[in-house]
Design a protein around this ligand. Structure first.
Ligand code: SF4
Ligand code: SF4
Length: 115
């Protein structure tokens, strides 16, 4: 399995653990600051990554902003953990940014092309 395919598999496996309970949403500071814009919440970001990985959405400026505006503060993770699900939300958002960045895709293609 290629490096890119392995990362995608890992991300989808982590995203599949989410029960969509939304307990993490209200504590997210960017969700609070936006007065309730769903894509700027923890759960919203996870959904964006899942839909980008599965081809339902295409990356655009608004979705990039949603992913890169995450503060990596872990408030969402603490709530998720307290509810017994313990998703690695920050790592998933960070890895999603990496996977979906054009430079990462280009880099993987170059490395695999050289192999
Ligand atoms: S608290 Fe955890 S399981 Fe619930 S929606 Fe948020 S990430 Fe998903
Ligand atoms: S880590 Fe990101 S998604 Fe989670 S609460 Fe902080 S800003 Fe929101």
């Amino acid at each position: 399995m290629s490096k890119g395919a392995e990362l995608k598999r890992e991300l989808l496996a982590e995203l599949a653990k989410c029960r969509a309970c939304r307990f993490c949403v209200d504590v997210c500071p960017t969700y609070q600051a936006s007065q309730g814009v769903e894509p700027l919440s923890s759960f919203g970001r996870l959904q964006i990554i899942r839909h980008l990985l599965t081809g339902v959405l295409q990356l655009d400026d608004a979705l990039s902003y949603a992913l890169y505006s995450c503060l990596q503060c872990r408030r969402c993770e603490n709530v998720c953990q307290s509810k017994g699900q313990a998703l690695e939300i920050c790592r998933t958002i960070h890895q999603g940014r990496v996977y979906l960045s054009p430079s990462y895709v280009k880099g993987v293609e170059e490395v695999e092309g050289d192999a």
